[in-house]
Design a protein around this ligand. Structure first.
Ligand SMILES: *[C@@H]1O[C@H](CO)[C@@H](O)[C@H](O)[C@H]1NC(C)=O
Ligand SMILES: *[C@@H]1O[C@H](CO)[C@@H](O)[C@H](O)[C@H]1NC(C)=O
Ligand SMILES: *[C@@H]1O[C@H](CO)[C@@H](O)[C@H](O)[C@H]1NC(C)=O
Ligand SMILES: *[C@@H]1O[C@H](CO)[C@@H](O)[C@H](O)[C@H]1NC(C)=O
Ligand SMILES: *[C@@H]1O[C@H](CO)[C@@H](O)[C@H](O)[C@H]1NC(C)=O
Ligand SMILES: *[C@@H]1O[C@H](CO)[C@@H](O)[C@H](O)[C@H]1NC(C)=O
Length: 435
């Protein structure tokens, strides 16, 4: 990303590397700000017109990723008796009925991944089921212990933020042996968050493998594993993620998933370049960094930006009969995150947050803070400018989003009262669910 600095000087709000990166791709003729589309699922079609038109083309700048409506997948309910058998084989009726996501893309740039990855999602009363198919000629895995660092191997990763609060989201990684690592993040690492798992906290750690139903993963390799002499056809994996774990501290305690609900979700695939040394796979030293391929582009090599994850729309009844619906609070969420990023740019420059929307607007893409697609935004300072609460009402005044300095975001409808960034303690017990 070193080439970015000169580009950034012409965009005052382009203060972050990923933004510059996006801009550099624009210069190379590739169009930023694409709307969801494509393979088998999730084009928003006419819905796209509801996304604020002023954010599509910010002059000759690329629209920053957090203003781009992400990919979306409609997940259909399954009665428990129809849940897939967890054996890594995707031949279950439950999987055959539903489409795959679009093929994953590179996390930050527009280079097509070397191998295709696609996923499917369903839900029952007590768990989210995820299936993935990974094209891969060299299937290998080294990690054999639950809650070791799986991404040292090639892996498939699922990130879930039921409430869309950027807080207490859950991450699960699995390798081609079906070995898992699951963790809870109270907030993103970049906002001071930390891993809670049995890896870091032993028996006191968050571990969905001990919940009911337990976290379960099974992988199936087409061909032998860890044998460089044989080309593989790829691998597939099935995961069961218990709701009771996914929702812990993330959403209101009594939250029960319903058709029509929206969650934030993301998938990622880590892929290392390997070579054959004496009949064993080793990492190719010519490629010290792994590739990261994702369902919905993040805009930088960083998964821990939950506001940019894809959207999961829960549905029930006949498969394929539910239309894709836009997350109603998208504009308020996007503007709240715009303020979050502008505040951190102001903090970096002046050493404190501000309550001046006018100043924030200098660090934000055009037309985001001027009420073009939301009601009038307001910001109040907290703890002597050490923190802030920014409030973003919807244009029609029926709901309000609010965000604070550590990225914690919530959205309340009018009948729930005003959005108060601090109505949950700083440990963020529970958030309203996504609306
Ligand atoms: C962007 O637009 C400005 C103002 O119209 C112009 O001066 C600048 O050269 C443009 N930059 C690019 C990269 O097209
Ligand atoms: C739903 O759509 C997908 C993708 O178009 C298709 O493969 C699948 O068979 C459909 N399912 C049903 C039950 O019609
Ligand atoms: C980690 O998660 C466990 C299980 O939910 C919880 O009991 C524990 O207090 C958490 N630890 C920290 C430091 O948050
Ligand atoms: C959930 O919140 C409680 C109360 O603040 C806290 O003790 C616990 O550690 C949290 N759980 C996790 C997984 O962080
Ligand atoms: C797998 O583990 C072995 C033993 O530690 C190591 O020699 C090898 O390099 C690892 N393979 C990869 C691809 O990392
Ligand atoms: C997560 O969502 C973001 C935003 O849509 C997307 O850019 C990114 O690729 C997604 N990652 C995965 C792994 O799906």
């Amino acid at each position: 990303m070193a080439q970015c600095s000169q580009v950034c000087s012409c965009a005052p709000w382009c203060y972050l590397p990923w933004c510059c990166l996006a801009f550099s791709f624009l210069l190379r003729g590739s169009v930023g700000g694409s709307l969801p589309s494509g393979a088998g699922s999730v084009g928003l079609g006419d819905m796209a017109t509801h996304v604020c038109p002023f954010w599509r083309h910010t002059g000759n700048m690329s629209t920053p990723q957090y203003l781009v409506y992400p990919r979306q997948y409609v997940a259909y309910y399954l009665p428990p008796s129809e849940a897939p058998i967890l054996d890594g084989n995707l031949n279950d009726v439950a999987w055959q009925q539903v489409p795959f996501t679009e093929p994953f893309v590179d996390i930050a740039n527009h280079v097509k991944p070397r191998f295709e990855t696609r996923a499917k999602i369903r839900w029952t009363d007590d768990a989210l089921y995820v299936a993935a198919q990974l094209e891969e000629p060299d299937v290998w895995a080294n990690v054999t212990k639950h809650d070791d660092v799986i991404f040292h191997d090639n892996d498939f990763e699922v990130f879930v933020d039921i409430s869309g609060s950027n807080a207490y989201y859950k991450e699960t990684e699995v390798n081609a042996l079906g070995v898992t690592w699951d963790l809870s993040l109270n907030k993103p690492y970049g906002d001071g968050g930390g891993e809670n798992s049995s890896r870091t906290l032993g028996a006191h750690g968050f571990d969905m493998a001990n919940m009911v139903p337990p976290l379960m993963a099974r992988a199936r390799v087409r061909g032998p594993i860890n044998d460089p002499a044989v080309r593989n056809g790829g691998w597939s994996v099935e995961l069961r993620l218990p709701f009771v774990g996914l929702k812990l501290n993330n959403t209101v305690q009594n939250y029960t998933p319903r058709p029509g609900d929206f969650w934030r979700i993301n998938f990622s695939r880590v892929e290392w370049h390997v070579m054959n040394r004496g009949g064993r796979y080793v990492k190719d030293p010519a490629y010290p960094h792994e590739d990261n391929w994702v369902w919905s582009r993040q805009g930088e090599v960083q998964m821990h930006l939950p506001e940019r994850w894809g959207i999961l729309q829960l549905a029930a009844g006949t498969v394929n009969a539910t239309s894709v619906a836009m997350l109603p609070s998208w504009n308020e969420r996007a503007v709240a995150m715009t303020i979050y990023y502008a505040q951190h740019a102001v903090l970096a420059k002046f050493g404190r947050f501000t309550n001046s929307v006018k100043l924030l607007a200098e660090y934000a893409p055009p037309r985001t803070l001027d009420g073009s697609c939301t009601g009038a935004v307001s910001v109040s300072l907290v703890d002597g400018a050490a923190d802030f609460c920014a409030r973003v009402p919807s244009l029609d005044g029926t709901r309000e989003a609010c965000v604070r300095g550590d990225r914690r975001l919530s959205v309340v409808s009018n009948n729930e009262g005003v959005c108060n960034c601090f109505s949950y303690d700083r440990n963020m017990q529970s958030n309203p669910h996504v609306k």
